[in-house]
Design a protein around this ligand. Structure first.
Ligand SMILES: [Cu+2]
Length: 65
């Protein structure tokens, strides 16, 4: 499982955008967003790097939690 800090994720709309960006890399990824802590837990077989890049491209800088 990957866990990322996504500090700019502040509302349900952000959570939806983040989820879509992750699932554009792995459509089967299971994505759990925790808004209060601004973290995302991802169950995926994909590598962390392309997921991180997809989030960055969607406007959400991120780092490993
Ligand atoms: Cu938002």
């Amino acid at each position: 499982m990957l866990k990322l800090n996504v500090p700019d994720m502040t509302c349900g709309h952000c959570a939806g955008t983040v989820t879509k960006a992750i699932q554009s890399v792995d459509s089967k990824a299971s994505v759990t967003v925790d808004l209060p802590s601004r973290t995302v837990s991802i169950v995926t077989d994909a590598d962390a790097a392309p997921i991180s890049r997809a989030l960055e491209t969607a406007g959400y800088p991120n780092e490993a939690a």
